[in-house]
Design a protein around this ligand. Sequence first.
Ligand SMILES: [Zn+2]
Length: 437
Amino acid sequence: MEERARCPSGKPAQKSRHQMSRCSVSTRSQSRSTWGLFKGMPAEVFDMVLEHLSVKEMSVFSMVSKAISSHIAGYVSTKAWRRRMILQKFHHPVHKECVLEHYRSLGLLFKRCTLLLPTKERLKFIYSKLSEVPCFEINKCTVTPGCLGFASYGVFLQTLIAGWDELECHRVFSFLCNYTSLPRKLRAAVMGLPGAAPDLEVQIRLFCRSVLLDWWRDQADRLFWLTRLLQPWPFVSQARLLFIFYGPLSQDGKIEWEKMTENVVPECDLWDLAKIIRMLFSESEAKEWTADSVISILDEISASPQFWLRENLARLLILCGNRVCFNFMASKALNGRVMEISRLLVFLILVCEKDNYYMNWSVKMALQIGRLFPERRSFIQNIETAFSQVAMEMCETLMAGGQNADPNLIHNLCSILNANAHFHTEMLCMFIKEYSS
Ligand SMILES: [Zn+2]
């Protein structure tokens, strides 16, 4: 005799699948009239018919009538069916797309066969079927990143809730929080020092991105889920979580906290972070984010675990785009941090030189920021001083290395000298053009 889980109507568990099928049919539809051609067919025979259907076909079939949908909901609750259809081999599968497609179909089946239930009951019913899969749970599977469990779970969830309204999605998030204890795990990750729990950080990253964030094509959907994850926390923790979700990973798959403070990093290490900050900033007109809050988070990110190298921050600002970059600098201008802005501006100019951006971008940015200061001459003097200081610091580091100096230091010094020349050339050309017009 097969074990039966709760029937979707929320009634107590029953012993026999067939008893339950009859129960749900007779209590829901009061007769077998809605069974159409299947009227009078014994439940056992009906189950044999279902056995020959694919998951997708069964999902379509469940929409025929309330009675059939109810019987299918019972059928998919049996241990035998779950063992056959839900537990998949997630570790290093040869055909990843097939596994994901299977979970897409399962999402559709559960969406359709629970269509008439209230959201809360629906989620309880569905997630009781997924409860025995360790690869769906944080810290239960050790095969990372070769496990496809979270990705399958994400595809399933996305298919299940596609088209649901915002209120229902709030309920889904709240249900998932209770079901997975996600807030407790996030708290553990943000309360300790960065990197203190490296495995937990990576598990959180994989879970949040693969299950909740990465499958959405529409930016508004991704923003909704990211906002749910970040909103309960203060800026400093939001910054920490964003770096956990989108910061660079080391070769052994850990979050690279120290990299930003110790080494100059390439664009590819900053892309994911920049894209998400751009998205948050572009939505800062919306009700849940403001430009100030996004800039404050960015400021916190660039100081965690210690202050980043200015070149890394400048590279991230450039990738974040004009508006984020200007607002970040302007927030510092409002606080009178002139020398800090001047130095950062020099590194923006250096990154333009190194990463082959048009130098007139940095000239325009400098002019735009200069307008924020009543004392323009003093601002220009500060930029020139910062240029000299940065070049001298590079010289000193180079000389300290003696004959064994790192070739990258020579390249850096050449770049700052070239950057200086190109920046001033561009600025002079701009003034000459304005003067002669
Ligand atoms: Zn796994």
